[in-house]
Design a protein around this ligand. Structure first.
Ligand code: UDP
Ligand code: MG
Length: 321
């Protein structure tokens, strides 16, 4: 009998979980009744500071389909997803947020798409960004426009993390054991045939979003550095261009001096040039620094997450007690 494992990353979700859990349980019962498919609900407590973990322990006692893995601190949603994927028991995995922004009812459609082997991924895509500040939507479209031009991985605007993956696709994701995890890129990079299911943006049922505009901005930079080296090329091209301009200008000055004996002038020009060139050198160094920093973190080979407590037999060396 096949099994669907639902991975639910939770960070301070004590307000949302009491709404979320009955919904997911309803879904599990329905899927079992209709398709005879088993469910496992794997919560990842990403270092919550509220009562999330206590709630999860209670749920696990109440329902034996519930498993949880609790991190020793907040490692981020990407780490939570990775930990989940490493430790599922199912043949299919669903990634779902704990705030009911990902309508659980869509799982049935996803399952239908994957079941007969036509697709390896079924992913939800928001058709509208309704309810989001316009400035955020604007920057989001800029980001997608840019990243798709400078990266080989495909980035789909509106694509959410809400998706179902087949066993093959999960294994592909797990081979990418990088420390800097940018899921949107990873899902695009592994390829496989993806079925897109559209849905309307839903407001969070309770609690607050963990994403400020600034966090999102930094996250988009992460994505660019993780999935493209074009900025490095831009830095070099900029250097070459400046050299060419400087050479030409030098010629002009030499010729002018030889022919007309031009007196020294042009302090403003010099000041502007100095600033411009100084600025672009700084920028290039900054870009190189970004990549160097990422390389540094990757070479340290630190674990992506650390487990504090779990009620599941962990499948890898990340075992605790
Ligand atoms: N989340 C997490 N770790 C974090 C931030 C968020 O596990 O550091 C979880 C959070 O509990 C939720 C999901 O990731 O289940 C999506 O987070 P959120 O709703 O804040 O993001 P948004 O929906 O606003 O993009
Ligand atoms: Mg949310």
């Amino acid at each position: 009998m096949s099994m669907i494992s639902v991975i639910v990353p939770c960070f301070n979700e004590e307000a949302g979980l009491p709404y979320f859990f009955p919904e997911i349980r309803k879904l599990a019962n329905k899927m079992f009744a209709n398709y005879g498919i088993l469910f496992e609900i794997l919560f990842i407590d990403d270092g919550s500071e509220d009562k999330t973990l206590e709630l999860l322990r209670e749920l696990a006692v109440e329902d034996d389909r519930v498993h949880y893995i609790a991190f020793s601190r907040n490692f981020g949603k990407e780490a939570a997803i990775y930990a989940g994927m490493q430790n599922i028991s199912g043949d299919y995995v669903v990634l779902m947020d704990a705030d009911l922004q990902h309508p659980p009812a869509m799982v049935e459609e996803m399952y239908k798409a994957l079941e007969n082997g036509d697709y390896d991924i079924a992913a939800a895509r928001r058709v509208s960004r309704k309810g989001e500040p316009p400035i955020r939507s604007f920057f989001a479209s800029c980001f997608y426009w840019l990243i798709n031009r400078i990266s080989k991985a495909e980035f789909v605007d509106g694509a959410s993390d809400y998706r179902m993956l087949s066993y093959r696709a999960i294994n592909a994701v797990l081979t990418m054991a990088e420390y800097n995890r940018f899921s949107k890129g990873i899902f695009g990079w592994i390829g496989f045939k993806t079925k897109w299911l559209e849905y309307e943006n839903v407001k969070r049922v309770a609690g607050e979003t963990k994403w400020s505009f600034w966090k999102l901005f930094l996250y988009s930079l992460e994505g660019i550095v993780a999935f493209s080296t074009v900025p490095l090329a831009i830095a070099s091209v900029m250097g070459i261009l400046f050299c060419l301009v400087a050479l030409t200008w030098m010629m002009v000055i030499i010729v002018k001096t030889l022919i007309w004996g031009d007196p020294v002038a042009g302090y403003p020009t010099l000041a502007c040039l100095l600033l411009l060139i100084g600025g672009s050198i700084q920028l290039s160094l900054g870009i190189i620094g970004q990549y160097l920093a990422k390389t540094y973190l990757e070479t340290k080979d630190r674990p992506v997450y650390i487990v504090k407590e779990t009620n599941k037999e962990l499948s890898n060396e990340e075992k605790t007690n």
